[in-house]
Design a protein around this ligand. Sequence first.
Ligand code: PMP
Length: 412
Amino acid sequence: MQREEIINLAAGPSTLPQSVLQEAAQGLLNYEGTGIGLTELSHRSPDFTKLTTDLENILRKHLNVPQTHRVLFTQGGGSLQFSAVVMNLLSRHRRLYPDLPEKDRVMDYVVTGNWSSKAIEEAKKLAGPCTVHTVFDGREHSADRKFQAISAAENWKISNNPAFVYYCDNETVDGVQFDGYLSKEGENNERIRFPFHALPRDPSNPTNLVPIVADYSSSFFTRPIPQIEDHAVVFAGAQKNVGPAGLTILLVRQDVLVPQPTNSLYPIPTTLEYATLAKSGSLYNTPPMFSMYVSLLIMRHYESKGGLSAVVAESKIKVEKLYRSLEVGEKKGVFKLRVKDGSRSYMNVTFEVLGEGNEAKFLKEATEKGLRGVKGHRSVGGIRISLYNGVTIEQVDKVVQFVLEFVEKNAS
Ligand code: PMP
């Protein structure tokens, strides 16, 4: 098979722009005329230091990262951040409220899908005597106990002074996302944005909200981060929209960057402590150099196409086209969209193919047409089509054509 014959709609790692991969292949052999391949350079060389600074600056510029926040690069993926946020944010809380009984230190979790479920399980493992509190669990608001929607903040139970409030912007497995710009105006649909307005102020610094932690693994650099300044930590693995796997990007506010006292009863492993990463300029140990390199090339590629606003505009076109075609199938009884309007993801579109044997038929025919990676996550089944930044509008047009043909053939 040739690359041109395939439309890779996988949920991550996912497709990356071909021109960038070609450029990266060149840099792998000879980085910017140094005669040394990128992965053969020292991570402390001036060339690589410049690359790190350039990557930080381009992310800062396009995401409008405020001066109160550091941009940090590390390894371990979103999964390791499930642990790191607990340790770093509890440490901050202990520093600010040393006399509070540990059981009164609360971590608030908003559970909207598979990945925030995993995050809360990790918090329970690491909490010790501290309390892990579920602010909202999407399963409790759906008839079949599946993640299908996020409800408005009236249903949320937020603690008064939590160590942090955690949410996942886009649930990659379930296809549930905050900020329902997809929902149609005037149809009484709730447009579910993250309810910053419902969060209490931080008693230690009332100009801020209580610390917010967000998992942006599958939506980083797909739109501006709403109220970025109110987030204590934003984290994302690079492998969906930004680059190859291996790189984890962190945006961390200064008040989380205070080193732990050496005699702490609750030590944080050195490489997981945000203060260490910040102090060393993300160079405490060897960073994921190749992934950072490709990510920088990808950022430059998006910059040349008009930056984040161009990415957002393209994304809107892609999701509109795909959801509209699936709605045609839904009206004709061929598909069922999994997620309620208002909470639908614009990165991972999940649906079921109705009728005995029809899902297998859809998958077979999709494969024959060159579509790849559309089988739903093993935990939920069904179909999932991911529309990350690397998927082009032309490719989505082909997907839509396939979907509509399938509907025509299978409508009863
Ligand atoms: N959070 C979300 C929303 C994800 O989609 C993923 C990976 N698919 C993760 C966390 C875990 O990331 P990693 O595999 O990089 O640890």
